[in-house]
Write a protein of this length. Structure first.
Length: 449
């Protein structure tokens, strides 16, 4: 039986990072993976999603180019070419991850891992043992039960469609639903977004969310709020007929569910351990990521602290260092920048205006909305919005929000400033780069409220 100092279950972002760091600190490490080398992010998440986002932008770019003197014949999308090129890139990245593990001296065990009890794990047909075990299996798309559930696709299936539908219904109100509404709409598909609450992207600044409603509708996405699907049926022509609880009927070539993800704990063998789950179905861990089973740890989406790839990376790195010689490492969850690759993009770091007003006695909001310069010679009505939130007592910037071109690239830099404790005075004395959209963040002088 092979024995390791550390066995990581799951070769996603957090698992690969933890294994490589542990190996670099002298540990004998193995990673067990049954499906996706590189995890959800590389295979059916961030990376292919962003490639599809890039593809969807070209419809706007082709249209906007006319204002800059370009004359283009009628551009045509080949979904087959896009999908196959995406597949080749993911295959390349799978190889990169394999080489990363190999070069770090990490043993890759291919197969489903099942915990057998203290320090013992079955991987495929092989039993191995380890002094410490990290569960980093991530999540899996959740589709609720309803009549016709078998006729819908989820956020994994969407990357492998044989054909691009003429019309699609997307169900959900989070990152994935909003992003794919923009993707399909940009690729020329008539797109409906159905969400059971009054406003999508819960947890983001409300003003940004309301702004995105206007922008998405202006681009042609049909939004159905306060509505939910009661059934889906398929007719002889293969058309999905969708019934909503408000009585409305929709018809589409595909129905995609993006109604959240749940920890991938099926057949993991948790019942043979003392590992406990929270009320939300995530693995319960302490502040050092240890479960109730001594020597068994969990990181990433499976613990649900912040279901983002960079957070899983940070957790994996901190845990590996704490376990193998660099104790005292911790993850700061206070300032986590994030982006939603809608059209236009959303990016944010820090507190929303609503949360800031709950936390601080007095808050100042600096804000501007305008047409981006790159669209000034076009007939586009797209606008952008930027927003800076300040705690008046300390002058500290506690939130930065944006919806507009390259929002993620801009907010990443502001996240560095906020992590360093930047004040509004620091922003004001920073010289801008002109002419850029980013400079607007350092030229906001008058609070709007």
């Amino acid at each position: 039986m092979q024995h390791f100092d550390l066995l990581v279950i799951g070769a996603g972002s957090g698992g690969v990072r933890a294994s490589r760091i542990a190996a670099s600190l002298g540990a004998k490490v193995a990673v067990a993976e049954e499906r996706y080398l590189g995890g959800t992010c590389v295979n059916v998440g961030c990376v292919p999603k962003k490639l599809f986002v890039y593809a969807s932008h070209f419809s706007d770019l082709f249209s906007q180019s006319r204002g800059y003197g370009w004359a283009l014949s009628d551009p045509q999308l080949s979904w087959k070419t896009l999908r196959e090129n995406k597949d080749r890139e993911i295959e390349r990245l799978n190889g990169v991850y394999g080489r990363l593990l190999d070069n770090a001296g990490v043993t890759l065990l291919e197969g489903h891992a099942t915990l057998l009890g203290s320090k013992r794990v079955m991987v495929g047909d092989e039993e191995v043992s380890a002094e410490r075990i990290i569960i980093a299996v991530g999540g899996w798309p959740f589709v609720p039960e309803f009549p016709g559930r078998e006729h819908v696709i989820d956020s994994n299936d969407v990357f492998y469609l044989d054909e691009l539908p003429e019309e699609i219904v997307i169900v959900g109100g989070g990152y994935i639903a909003a992003e794919f509404a923009g993707i399909f709409n940009g690729l020329g598909v008539k797109t409906h977004l159905v969400y059971r609450r009054e406003l999508f992207l819960r947890g983001f600044d409300r003003e940004i969310r309301e702004f995105m409603v206007e922008q998405m509708r202006a681009k042609g996405v049909v939004l159905h709020f306060n509505a939910d699907v009661t059934s889906v049926s398929v007719d002889a022509a293969g058309v999905r007929n969708v019934t909503l609880d408000n009585g409305q009927q929709l018809s589409a070539g595909q129905v995609m569910y993006a109604t959240g993800r749940r920890p991938l704990l099926d057949n993991l063998g948790l019942e043979s351990t003392s590992v406990r789950l929270t009320d939300k179905g995530t693995i319960d861990v302490d502040d050092k990521f240890e479960t109730h089973e001594s020597g068994v740890y969990a990181i990433g989406d499976v613990v649900g602290r912040a279901e983002l790839t960079p957070v899983a990376l940070a957790e994996g790195m901190a845990l590996a260092r704490n376990l193998f010689g660099e104790v005292g490492q911790a993850v700061n969850y206070d300032l986590i920048p994030t982006a939603v690759f809608t059209q236009p993009n959303i990016a944010t770091v820090g507190l929303s205006e609503e949360d800031a007003r709950e936390r601080y006695e007095q808050v100042a909001v600096y804000q501007s909305s305008f047409k981006p310069m790159q669209l000034s010679l076009t007939d586009s009505d797209e606008r952008c919005i930027i927003k800076v939130i300040v705690d008046v007592a300390s002058d500290q910037v506690v939130g930065c929000h944006m919806a507009g071109p390259e929002a993620g690239e801009i907010i990443q830099g502001l996240a560095v400033a906020m992590t360093a404790g930047a004040t509004k005075a620091d922003f004001d004395r920073t010289i801008g780069i002109h002419p850029t959209l980013a400079e607007e963040f350092v030229t906001l002088r008058q609070a709007v409220r």
